[in-house]
Design a protein. Structure first.
Lengths: 110, 115
């Protein structure tokens, strides 16, 4: 089976940095996804990591450690529009069955 | 039209009604999915279709009945639902060939309220 843990909620100030952690247990690793979901909207793809290390994409970076079953999403220079839920997800052995974590709701304050 | 579309966006139905949710993807993908998102719970996978064949039924009650007539269209037929079935129902699609092709593209969802 698969299990994903991430914090429920985080608060940060505009312009600051926030790190959202995700730990997972999975039988067979096929990478890890991060999605962003604004309230009442569809999740949208942010990143996909399959190798260890940090991948940077503008203000957002994602890190993976396969040996530790750990990933984080780093949001820099926070903007008000970054207030959303951030979902960690891992595919199953067949690849197409994503298991999602409960999501971390990030609230950016002025 | 681009991406993944879903209709209706909002639906209110009684417990004795029959209704259908529709999803269409314009991305040329091979796999389509139905998810349920309830308040304060993780996204729950309901059904997976790969090349029009159902490959996953995640112990979903029979009052939810999926249909995939072709790779671009997916339906979720609803009948005799319960109030606890009220949720956001999301459709997604993916190329399904490995790696980043596992990336799923989501539709805007149907907000369902069962009264």
């Amino acid at each position: 089976g698969q299990n994903i843990d991430q914090p429920t909620e985080m608060t940060a100030t505009e312009g600051a940095i926030v790190q959202i952690n995700c730990t997972y247990q999975t039988s067979g690793f096929n990478g890890l996804f991060w999605y962003q979901q604004h309230a009442g909207e569809a999740p949208t793809f942010l990143s996909y990591n399959v190798l260890d290390g940090l991948e940077e994409k503008g203000r957002f970076s994602s890190f993976l450690s396969r040996s530790k079953g750990y990933s984080y999403l780093l949001l820099k220079e926070l903007q008000m529009k970054d207030s959303a839920s951030y979902l960690c997800a891992v595919p199953g052995a067949a690849g197409n069955k994503l298991t999602f974590g409960g999501g971390t709701r990030v609230l950016v304050k002025p | 039209e681009t991406g993944v579309t879903q209709t209706p966006r909002h639906l209110v139905m009684g417990m004795t009604n029959k209704k259908s949710l529709k999803c269409e993807q314009h991305l040329g993908h091979n796999a389509m999915y139905w998810y349920k998102q309830s308040a304060k719970k993780p996204l729950e996978l309901m059904f997976v279709y790969n090349f029009k064949e159902q490959t996953e039924n995640n112990s979903v009650p029979s009052r939810f009945s999926p249909e995939c007539p072709n790779s671009s269209h997916l339906f979720l037929h609803l009948h005799t639902l319960q109030p606890e079935d009220s949720a956001l129902y999301l459709c997604a699609s993916s190329q399904d060939e490995g790696g980043t092709a596992y990336e799923q593209y989501f539709g805007p969802g149907t907000r369902l309220t069962v009264t």
